[in-house]
Each structure stands twice: as structure tokens, then as C-alpha cells.
Ligand binder design. Structure first.
Ligand code: ACO
Length: 323
């Protein structure tokens, strides 16, 4: 890995502020999720703007110029528009060359997916520096009348520069990704695609907002996140107790506590920022990784495990030896 950066919009929305618009309370949200506040982008700030800001921070950290980037992959489920891709929009904002740019939709597991795709494309030999960005403006697909979802999510972005020619055994050791589309109905946004194009009825029926069966998602998330974490560790002959830092998808503190217990790893190995950002979907992992790195919680030679789960259903884990 060559560099890392993140960005969250400055506007903070507290639980108390949400309690003024839906029937909820700070106590309920904190007890059930661990979230205290989230960041919300303003009307003029698009998903691509958040992604471009995180990318600039990652390029500065990598000390790399825009002309040195030869591949751009974006993970998002809140693109600026259905097409062109958010990657192409960010390409223009960053002034990148005419390189391949594309989006991948794997919701909250999106960043793990693009890490794997980026690494595989670097291994193919045609690329040297890949920019991978997870960015979301989830506030744009929230139903601000639905207390069961609107209190959970926030906006943000994170980015990594993947570089070829890593020192042997250092950097990203491997990724396991998977999906089960059969369970897709428990977390989706039904309106706006070719299945339900926008009509007055779909808008009035609130079909263009995220819908989630929270309890069902919770149960599957705990099971598959643990499974995929153990799978990537076993593939690289690393024991759970040898992992120094676990960056889990920041959806709910209770999910992370259960994974910590099931894997026999103390909670102090799990940096947490969901209290301040909520669930930022594809941005969640790089935002938490960047923050943990900058706080000195990740040191050279550490084993760092990334674990995520999202709509699709999709999930995956990445094992890194930090350098
Ligand atoms: N404020 C107050 N009460 C609420 C709220 C709220 N914001 N939301 C729900 N309630 C009520 C419910 O109506 C219910 O009331 P009832 O018992 O009278 O019916 C009660 O609280 C309990 O609701 P549950 O849904 O059973 O609460 P639960 O403990 O399961 O917590 C939650 C809900 C937080 C959504 C949890 O299930 C969860 O975190 N699920 C996982 C979400 C997730 O991880 N998503 C990740 C993927 S996201 C992606 O890919 C985009």
C-alpha cells in the first residue's frame, strides 16, 4: 500500500437532533447501536466530492501525483447518478489521465471488493498505482421519516493507493470475498432501477429509500463476518491471536462486540469510530483504517484484519501486514 486518506463532511448531526424529527431518543440509539452522531454532507457536496477529497489526502500521503495513477476503482451505493460512473466523475475532479475508471456496487463490503479487484489488476502486470475509493452520501437515500434506518447511517469517504512491487510478504497478503444474492431482499433500495423506474407512485410510496430488516441483517452479519475473517487468516496461516488490529465494518457496536467474543480477541484490538460517524457503508473501513493509522494504533509489521458485510448480501475480509 502506498498511501491512505479519508474525509468526512464537517456538519455533525447528533442523536438529539434526530429525536426532533423522528420518534427516537439518544438513549435508544446509543444502547442499540453505539452511535452518538453522524456527519451529513450539504446539498452542494456530492458523493464524488467526498471521494475526491479522500483521494487527494491519500495521494498526498503516498507523495504521488495525479499523472502517476493508472487505475481508479470506486465502491459506492450512492453514486452521483446512475451513469456515468462516480469513478469517471472523480477522474475529472482529480485531473487523472485517460486511465480505466469504474464503480463496483457491493454496499458496505464494497471497499473489501475493490481492494481485491485492485490487487488482482496490479498482479496482472498492466498497472503500477491503483487508486481505490469508498465514498457514500447515504443521507441522500435515507427515509427521514423511518426511525428504524435514518438513525444508523452517515456520509464519508476513504481512499488507498495500491502500489505494485510491494516488499515480499508485506502489504496486502490476501482477501476473501463472497455473496449470497438469495438474501438480498433484507437490505435494498427497491425504486429507481429498471425494475421500478421512478414514477409519481414510486416516489409517493417512498420506494427510493434504503429499506432494511435490521434483525435479520444483524444475525447474518455476525456469522459471515466471523467466517470470512477466519477463512482469510487460515489461508495465510495466521492465528487469530496474532492479529494486532481488526478494522471491522462500523455498523453497530453490538455486532463488533459479538465478533470480538466469538474470535476470542479483546475489544481493544478493534478501533471504533461508529460513535462519531455511524455506518458509512463503503467508506466505513477506509475511514476507520485511516483514523487508526493516524492515531498510532497500527505499526509497521502489524497484522491488520479488515472485515465487512453489506447489502447483496456481500461480505469479505482482507489480511494486511502493515509496512
Ligand atoms: N428509536 C426508538 N425505537 C426504535 C428505533 C429508533 N430509532 N428503531 C426501532 N425502534 C423500535 C422498534 O420499532 C421496536 O419496537 P417494538 O418492539 O415496539 O416493535 C424496538 O425498537 C426494537 O427494534 P428492533 O429492530 O428489534 O431493534 P434491534 O435491537 O434489532 O436494533 C438495529 C435494530 C439497530 C437496526 C439492529 O438490528 C442492527 O444494527 N442491525 C444490523 C444493521 C447492519 O449491520 N447493517 C449493515 C449493513 S448496512 C449496508 O450494507 C448498507
Amino acid at each position: 500500500m502506498g498511501g491512505i486518506g479519508s474525509y468526512a463532511p464537517p456538519q455533525i448531526v447528533s442523536n438529539q437532533a434526530l429525536a426532533k424529527i423522528v420518534d427516537t431518543s439518544d438513549e435508544w440509539i446509543r444502547a442499540r447501536t453505539g452511535i452518538r452522531e453522524r456527519r451529513i454532507a450539504n446539498n452542494g457536496e456530492n458523493c464524488s466530492d467526498l471521494g475526491a477529497k479522500a483521494a487527494r489526502a491519500a495521494m498526498a500521503h503516498a507523495k504521488i501525483d495525479p499523472e502517476d495513477i493508472d487505475l481508479l476503482i470506486v465502491a459506492t451505493m450512492t453514486p452521483d447518478m446512475p451513469f456515468p460512473s462516480t469513478a469517471c466523475i472523480i477522474q475529472t475532479k482529480l485531473g487523472l489521465r485517460n486511465i480505466p475508471c469504474f464503480d463496483i456496487v457491493a454496499a458496505c463490503a464494497g471497499f473489501i471488493y475493490i481492494l481485491d479487484v485492485g490487487c488482482q489488476m496490479l498482479k496482472s502486470g498492466n498497472y503500477r498505482n491503483a487508486l481505490v475509493i469508498g465514498c457514500e452520501k447515504l443521507s441522500s437515500i435515507m427515509d427521514w421519516q423511518d426511525r428504524t434506518t435514518c438513525v444508523l447511517f452517515g456520509d464519508g469517504a476513504g481512499a488507498i493507493i495500491l502500489t505494485k512491487n510491494e516488499t515480499a510478504g508485506l502489504g496486502i497478503l490476501g482477501t476473501c470475498i463472497a455473496a449470497n444474492g438469495a438474501d438480498g431482499k433484507i437490505l435494498n433500495m427497491p425504486g429507481g432501477g429498471s425494475n421500478e423506474p421512478a414514477t409519481t407512485e414510486t416516489v409517493l410510496d417512498r420506494r427510493h429509500y434504503l429499506k432494511m430488516m435490521g434483525k435479520e441483517v444483524f444475525k447474518v452479519a455476525v456469522r459471515v463476518m466471523e467466517q470470512s475473517a477466519l477463512e482469510v487468516l487460515a489461508t495465510h496461516n495466521v492465528k487469530p491471536e496474532d492479529v494486532d488490529c481488526v478494522i471491522s465494518h462500523q455498523a453497530n457496536i453490538r455486532i463488533i462486540e459479538l465478533i470480538s467474543t466469538r474470535m476470542g480477541l479483546p475489544m481493544d484490538k478493534f478501533p471504533i469510530n461508529l460513535d462519531r460517524y455511524g455506518n458509512t457503508s463503503a467508506a466505513s473501513i477506509p475511514l476507520a483504517l485511516d483514523e487508526a493509522y493516524r492515531e498510532g494504533r497500527i505499526k509497521s509489521g502489524n497484522y491488520v484484519l479488515l472485515i465487512a458485510f453489506g447489502a447483496g448480501l456481500t461480505w469479505g475480509s482482507t489480511l494486511i501486514k502493515w509496512h
